[in-house]
Design a protein around this ligand. Structure first.
Ligand code: NAI
Ligand code: MG
Length: 501
């Protein structure tokens, strides 16, 4: 395991060279009202990166007021859809132009390998803005011929709908894929004409703050996007209770998702919740084993398993169980752990020691309950934040290992004999976020896809994302969908105008 590589881009060095960060409120960078800050560190080695302002209720009030003023302002309201679309396109271009630096900041702050940040997530953030840039000019209502009998003589009824932005949005972001998660909320919200208060995760706020600078350079008017950093219990909670926030778009734990449902009662905020998962993977006996094993391994181990859709429950036809276990174990052992800036690293650390301990606790408990640890199960690194990719067999469906989201590189492999049994296993979960099916039979694949309770089912792949593919959770994995046309709907209301003319 490696020591502490330094950032190489001038942009990342300059950004970290001014380590006392500020909130973005009403187009200006300001300190927390309390004057307090907290440090953010490199999760691989604990190196200090920057001081983030510790947001308060007063900061949230100021940000929400700025967002409300901007929402009502003629500057924002009068910006034509085409100009909003161009603004989104400029944001995409700015992200692309600064991709090297944003990727380095993401890797240093979050831990993920630079190649993942640079070639997958930062470009994916840019693509969110590009995708929704095109939608800004395609938000239409309809005209409606009515059947209302009651109308004054000699008159007509003319009715139509318009689509209007929902208002002030609080976007609350997790730490696993910070910039792309922020983009998934900002891009459709701005396309729809909303204004936003963005709260990045306390562990990973750097790329959001750098994005804030790029938003200003891209011509986002003051107050249209505000960024407040700090803790969930204070900044997050204040946003979700705030009477001037119309909508909360949240990605994170199911536990906090339920708190947000309660908090939203006050003014009946609209909610989209992208919560946890325990995604099943079904491998039929005719699967093409080579690509299947490597695809399933990527589906659980990428980003060190800190992925909401991670394929953590693998169900394999008994006839190929030994080959799949051997293959997954070989893939797990071949992955190199290291600092994300080390080009030889396949996996970085978990986000912090707490998360690493949490993952370790699941595995230790399962081992005590009698599962077989095929490989992995070890913490390492200066801070104990690294966790070896882990393959487990012999788990029973009722174990916590099988029911709760672990959010680490831990996969449990279970045999089945009949497809019906695989479906029963797959659906035996409070979650319903995603799943994958691996087979060469088209009919079997689509029949299973139909029967799995999940927002996304992949066939012969896992964790394939793109802005045009709707993504959301069934059951306790969430409310609503992000991406695609449904992702825009989250930020729009329908207004009906009915006139006697
Ligand atoms: P979390 O749900 O606490 O954090 C996500 C975001 O919510 C952060 O910005 C946080 O500041 C904010 N938040 C926390 N408490 C809040 C509150 N009361 N009101 C409003 N916002 C609040 O997740 P955490 O604690 O960091 O991770 C715990 C577990 O949650 C992970 O092990 C994983 O299982 C799950 N998780 C799932 C994610 C997903 O993408 N589905 C992402 C992050 C975590
Ligand atoms: Mg939390």
């Amino acid at each position: 395991m490696t020591s502490d590589p330094l950032p190489t881009t001038a942009g990342a060095r300059a950004f970290l060279g001014t380590p006392r960060k500020q909130h973005l409120i009403d187009g200006a960078w300001v300190a927390a009202s309390s004057g307090k800050s907290f440090a953010t560190h490199d999760p691989a080695n604990g190196r200090y990166l920057a001081d983030l302002p510790e947001g308060t209720v007063a900061d949230v009030d100021a940000a929400v007021e700025a967002a409300r003023r901007a929402f009502e302002s003629s500057a924002w309201r009068a910006m034509t859809p085409a100009l909003r679309g161009r603004m989104l396109w400029r944001i995409a271009e700015a992200i692309d132009a600064h991709a090297d630096e944003l990727a380095e900041l993401e890797t240093l702050d979050q831990g993920k390998p630079l190649k993942t940040a640079r070639f997958a997530e930062i470009p994916a953030a840019a693509e969110q803005f590009r995708f929704y840039a095109g939608f800004a000019t395609k938000i239409f209502g309809t005209t409606i011929p009515t059947s209302i009998a009651y109308q004054p003589a000699g008159k007509q009824i003319f009715a139509y709908t318009t689509r209007v932005p929902v208002g002030v949005v609080a976007a609350i972001i997790p730490w696993n894929s910070p910039l792309v998660m922020a983009a998934m909320k900002l891009a459709p919200a701005l396309a729809a004409g909303c204004t936003v208060v963005l709260k990045p995760a306390e562990e990973t706020s750097l790329t959001a703050l750098r994005l804030g600078e790029l938003l200003i350079e891209s011509g986002v008017p003051p107050g249209v996007v505000n960024i407040v950093t700090g803790y969930g219990e204070t900044v997050g909670a204040a946003l979700t209770h705030h009477p001037q926030v119309d909508k909360v778009a949240f990605t994170g734990s199911t536990e906090v998702g339920k708190l947000i449902v309660a908090a939203a009662r006050g003014n009946l905020k609209k909610l989209t919740l992208e919560l946890g998962g325990k995604s099943p993977v079904i491998i039929l006996p005719d699967a093409d084993l080579g690509p299947t094993v490597s695809g399933v391994a990527r589906g659980i181990f990428s980003n060190s398993g800190q992925v909401c859709v991670a394929g953590s429950r693998v169900y394999v036809h008994r006839s190929i169980m030994p080959a799949v276990i051997d293959g997954l174990a070989a893939q797990a052992r071949a992955l190199r752990l290291g600092h994300g800036l080390d080009p030889t690293a396949d996996l970085g650390p978990l986000i912090n020691r707490k998360q690493s301990d949490r993952v370790a606790a699941y595995v230790t408990e399962a081992v005590a309950e009698g599962v077989d640890l095929v490989t992995g199960g070890r913490q390492s690194g200066d801070l104990g934040t690294f966790y070896d990719p882990t393959v487990i067999t012999g788990a029973r469906e009722e174990m916590r290992l099988m029911r709760e989201e672990i959010f680490g590189p831990v996969v449990s492999v279970t045999p089945f004999d009949e497809p019906d049994q695989a479906i029963a296993f797959a659906n035996d979960s409070p979650y319903g976020l995603a799943a994958s099916v691996w087979t060469q039979s088209l009919s079997a694949a689509h029949r299973l896809a139909d029967r799995i309770h999940a927002g996304t089912v992949w066939i012969n792949c896992h964790s394939y994302f793109s802005p045009e593919l709707p993504k959301g959770g069934h059951k306790q994995s969430g409310w609503g969908y992000e991406n695609g046309a449904p992702g825009l709907e989250n930020y729009l209301e329908t207004k009906t105008v009915c006139a006697v003319i």
